[in-house]
Design a protein around this ligand. Structure first.
Ligand SMILES: NC(=O)c1ccc[n+]([C@@H]2O[C@H](COP(=O)([O-])OP(=O)(O)OC[C@H]3O[C@@H](n4cnc5c(N)ncnc54)[C@H](OP(=O)(O)O)[C@@H]3O)[C@@H](O)[C@H]2O)c1
Length: 274
């Protein structure tokens, strides 16, 4: 793909995060033009200046049909329940060849194929706004391997992207989509413990956040199983093993794993209710 145009149809929180990541990256080939589409003039005005990039145009309302006509790639970023309304508004501008990258939670590839048979379904999360997002990606059968590679490069700009079959999307929704909230709860617990034992809140907050960031980095950079890294920091008779056993007694590990299971089951139940 060369000199291509990306149209972000529904450029709200997630659409802006993904568009910003792509524009700021060195992805090759880079988009020649990016049209950020919203519904209202108010949101369009708010979006002006959100991107400091000469390739960006903002569009709203009826003009969005023209933006879709110009698109090689459509990033769909509206709320999931809106996709049919959005489709009705732009359907005459679709040409059948466009690659649709959907950020919508819960909406299946089959449902999204009304836009195009070339669909990438992406589940990402809010850390994408800080260039540290995670994204799970599934493709419709029609997407060629070359285009899959290209989409993976584009989506990887949010932080880290991995390809999964669509049947695993509920699990990814739980781990990737809800994961930041789960980590925040763990972080809150670390802060509470630190404060309980006398650390000032600001110190405990910064320390807990950095400990989680550093630990995550260690796992990603070594590729080691967390259990291996954990056992390396457990001095016999020491503080860490003592703390860990107390947490095991409280069922922390099972509680967190079951929390992910529950979130995945809820995600799957949404699809069944449709
Ligand atoms: N936020 C998250 O943490 C998160 C995480 C994972 C996945 N997601 C997924 O990301 C998607 C977007 O969520 P969000 O939080 O970014 O929502 P959002 O901030 O409300 O953004 C939705 C955008 O869609 C626009 N829109 C509404 N109707 C439209 C229309 N007819 N034509 C064009 N644009 C239209 C809205 O414009 P107006 O402002 O003018 O109405 C708004 O800019 C959702 O499907 C969600 O499942 C979000």
């Amino acid at each position: 793909m060369k000199d291509y145009t990306i149209t972000v149809l529904g450029c709200g929180v997630m659409g802006t995060a993904v568009a910003t990541a792509i524009l700021k990256s060195n992805v090759e080939p880079a988009p020649a033009r990016l049209i950020a589409c919203v519904n209202s003039e108010k949101s369009a005005l708010a979006l002006q200046g959100a991107f400091d990039d000469h390739r960006v145009e903002v569009s709203f309302g009826e003009a969005n049909a023209k933006a879709v006509e110009a698109a090689d790639i459509i990033i769909l970023g509206c709320k999931p329940y809106m996709y049919q309304t959005v489709y009705e508004q732009v359907k005459n501008s679709l040409n059948g060849d466009q690659l649709v990258i959907s950020l919508l939670a819960g909406t299946t590839i089959e449902e999204l194929e009304i836009f195009s048979k070339y669909v990438a379904k992406v589940m990402t999360n809010t850390p994408a706004k800080f260039g540290c997002g995670t994204a799970a990606v599934s493709f419709s059968e029609a997407v060629s391997l070359d285009n899959q590679d290209f989409v993976m490069k584009l989506v990887d700009t949010v932080g880290l992207a991995f390809k999964i079959p669509e049947k695993n999307m509920d699990a990814a929704t739980a781990l990737v989509g809800s994961g930041p909230a789960f980590c925040l709860m763990m972080m809150e617990s670390l802060i509470d413990g630190g404060v309980r034992m006398g650390l000032p809140f600001d110190v405990a907050r910064s320390a807990a956040a950095k400990v989680m960031e550093g630990t995550a980095k260690m796992v990603l950079e070594t590729g080691d199983h967390p259990a291996v890294l954990k056992s390396k920091v457990c001095t016999p008779g020491g503080t860490t093993i003592g703390g860990l056993l107390k947490m095991e007694d409280a069922g922390v590990r099972g509680g967190i794993a079951r929390g992910v299971e529950e979130a995945a089951n809820i995600s799957a139940s949404f699809a069944k209710k449709k």
